[in-house]
Ligand binder design. Sequence first.
Ligand SMILES: NC(=O)c1ccc[n+]([C@@H]2O[C@H](COP(=O)([O-])OP(=O)(O)OC[C@H]3O[C@@H](n4cnc5c(N)ncnc54)[C@H](OP(=O)(O)O)[C@@H]3O)[C@@H](O)[C@H]2O)c1
Length: 328
Amino acid sequence: MKAVIVNEDKSLSWTEADTPSPRDNELLVKVGATAINRADLMQRRGLYPPPPGASPVMGLECAGEVVEVGSHCSRFKVGDQVCALLPGGGYAEYVTVDEGSALPIPEGLDAASAAALPEVFATAWLNIFMEAALQPGEKVLVHAGASGVGTAAIQLCKAFGSPCFVTVGAASKLEACLQLGASAGSNRHEGSFLGKAREFAGDTGIDVILDPVGGAYLADNLELLGLGGRLVLIGLMGGAVTEINLAQMMMKRARVIGSTLRARPLAEKAAVMSQLEEKVWPKIRDGEIKPIIEKIFPIEQVEEAHALVASDTTIGKVILAVSPSGSS
Ligand SMILES: NC(=O)c1ccc[n+]([C@@H]2O[C@H](COP(=O)([O-])OP(=O)(O)OC[C@H]3O[C@@H](n4cnc5c(N)ncnc54)[C@H](OP(=O)(O)O)[C@@H]3O)[C@@H](O)[C@H]2O)c1
């Protein structure tokens, strides 16, 4: 098969690689499309190694057709169309997938659209609804609102009855977030989000913050949290080290929760996927929630696709079409 390999000079090549064999709990999937995640840019630079046992090939999600089934798999059969969370290996013609990390492609979606779903909806669902236990009507702050994760988070907040405020890096991104269902937002290049977010939060403050920025935003995030507020930290784009006002945390009975998806045990990922299938997949089938796609590239143009993601200009996902079924 072919896969994307990182060369010594960090350039990328679509080249021959060994086809993986499924373990007893795994499916072998012929990849129609995969998608780029921010983490891939770091893995490419050698800053985010795959967890032990995972493929060294980049790619945290895929959509495609099951072509082989491990002996302990019970749900899927050869020929089924699935999309899946992966610990790695998606930038390839074939990938092995733990059966619990796979879901049927929602009716009506092609492989390219389905490849936009697993990582960002699993991340947003896990952190907002499972870790932070968001309740309907509670107020949410989503940083990097136009990112893949952000566009999923906005749609989930809207669909489950919680108003949300976003931060973004451009006016066009704010407009896109408002169209997806955000109530208000602010542009990070026009000063702190604190003032506008306070207007949105009112006297009771923000209940849940989904934050991929970290250090640079911590003080303002804590300032905005209301009593019993939860801040879920999912990334460190704004630094890992900062000071924290513990008195503020204590008096607000606030919780700061650190969370990663990729390295979690398979059973925990399966629990997230199962909730997605039950609560979110019906809303995707009905068109209430949509995959948000900036652009689809053929996988041979993976370098250009990475550069586009790194430019911070994208809204939603950048997809890599691996076979003709993933390019429509
Ligand atoms: N913990 C987990 O399990 C997990 C899982 C998935 C993703 N994540 C994290 O979630 C974040 C979003 O991932 P993604 O793949 O959806 O990203 P993405 O689509 O590539 O979007 C990232 C966006 O973040 C904004 N940004 C970049 N640098 C920033 C900075 N220094 N401060 C504030 N904003 C900045 C930019 O948008 P603007 O210019 O519009 O602000 C950029 O377009 C990443 O940090 C990723 O590592 C974590």
